[in-house]
Design a protein around this ligand. Structure first.
Ligand code: PCA
Length: 325
């Protein structure tokens, strides 16, 4: 090797050492399976962060509750056990009613309204999360939620006594008010909950219906489209502030892009995954007027209960949202 080549090789090695000394890897727990569009979007976000930081910040996604189970993810980020994570926003609606607004039946039932609701929610939620050392990065809705059952559901009465899978305190109340029996089950456990008879019906998106192969356990899908609940990605504030300024900016830019992309993915999912349910043999039934009327009554009761429990700031979200119409 000539001297100049050796010098060049030495220079390269030194450069690599410097780069790897500064490269950081963030473990990121998420609750949902790899095939779920939220997880796909988060992996795109991770790649975007890596690209924008020239590889200096890597995010390693641990999907389907594999690193932390869903109910533990928020606190794992809060305490700094991991710097970043995703969870279902309304899962924590018992902490503050502001987190649960997107799961109030028939408040926001399409993407435009869901967006208005998020715009109204965001400043209040940002402040609440700040008290827990957390910064929200982006939030993406699931497609409108529909009803999966073994028998056709013509009215709310048909839900009496049915063991209904629940995923947050709002749905638990909804189930109780409709006479069903709520059972909390995380997405990765859905197939087992149905096969063991723990649950016999669920309310979720066509996306989760497909990812959990609902056709193996239930026959009817009724798109009641009553709410569009959201996932949120949060970062630990100390971990974020420890990043160099250019990397902080890269994370924020990648997050904004992920929010836009995620909403588009969600919209595209609704029809595509409802069709996939039908293609796999499920009977897709439009809800009867009587069923919708009964469910709306429950929604109204829930909104009253919600407003009584909610802080003035949370109630103001609702007022702001309604003023946007
Ligand atoms: N899927 C998730 C949350 C809402 C949805 O559509 C679930 O069923 O738990």
């Amino acid at each position: 090797m000539t001297l100049s080549l050796r010098m060049a090789a030495f220079g390269l090695a030194a450069a690599l050492t410097t780069a790897s000394a500064h490269a950081e890897t963030w473990d990121m727990p998420t609750p949902y399976p790899d095939s779920t569009f939220h997880t796909v979007n988060i992996r795109d976000f991770a790649k975007d962060v890596s690209d924008r930081t020239n590889g200096a910040l890597q995010i390693e996604v641990h999907s389907a509750g594999s690193l932390f189970q869903h109910p533990q993810i928020k606190n794992a980020v809060r305490s700094g056990q991991v710097p970043i994570g995703e969870f279902f926003l309304s899962l924590i609606s018992n902490e503050d009613a502001a987190y649960g607004l997107d799961s109030l039946p028939f408040l926001a039932t399409n993407y435009d309204d869901a967006k208005r609701l998020w715009d109204a929610q965001k400043p209040v939620i940002t402040e609440l999360l700040a008290k827990q050392n957390l910064i929200p990065l982006f939030s993406v809705p699931w497609p409108p939620q529909g009803l999966y059952t073994r028998k056709e559901i013509a009215t709310v009465d048909d839900l009496k006594g049915v063991k209904l899978r629940s995923y947050n305190p709002m749905l638990e109340l909804f189930a109780s008010l409709s006479g069903a029996v709520p059972v909390q089950v995380e997405v990765p456990d859905i197939p087992q909950a149905f096969t063991t008879g723990q649950v016999e019906a669920m309310i979720t998106s066509p996306s989760t219906g497909v990812s959990s192969k609902a056709w193996d356990y239930v026959t009817y899908y009724t798109p009641i489209n009553a709410w569009l609940p959201k996932n949120i990605v949060v970062v630990n504030r100390d971990a974020f502030r420890a990043l160099p300024a250019d990397q902080q900016q890269a994370v924020m830019e990648a997050a904004a892009a992920a929010e836009t992309r995620g909403w588009q993915m969600s919209m595209a999912e609704t029809d595509a995954q409802t069709k996939a349910l039908a293609d796999n043999g499920m009977t897709v039934v439009q809800p009867s007027d009587a069923l919708i009327a009964g469910l709306k009554e429950i929604g109204q009761k829930m909104q009253q209960t919600w407003a009584e429990k909610a802080s003035p700031e949370a109630n103001k979200i609702l007022a702001d949202y309604e003023a946007m119409h």
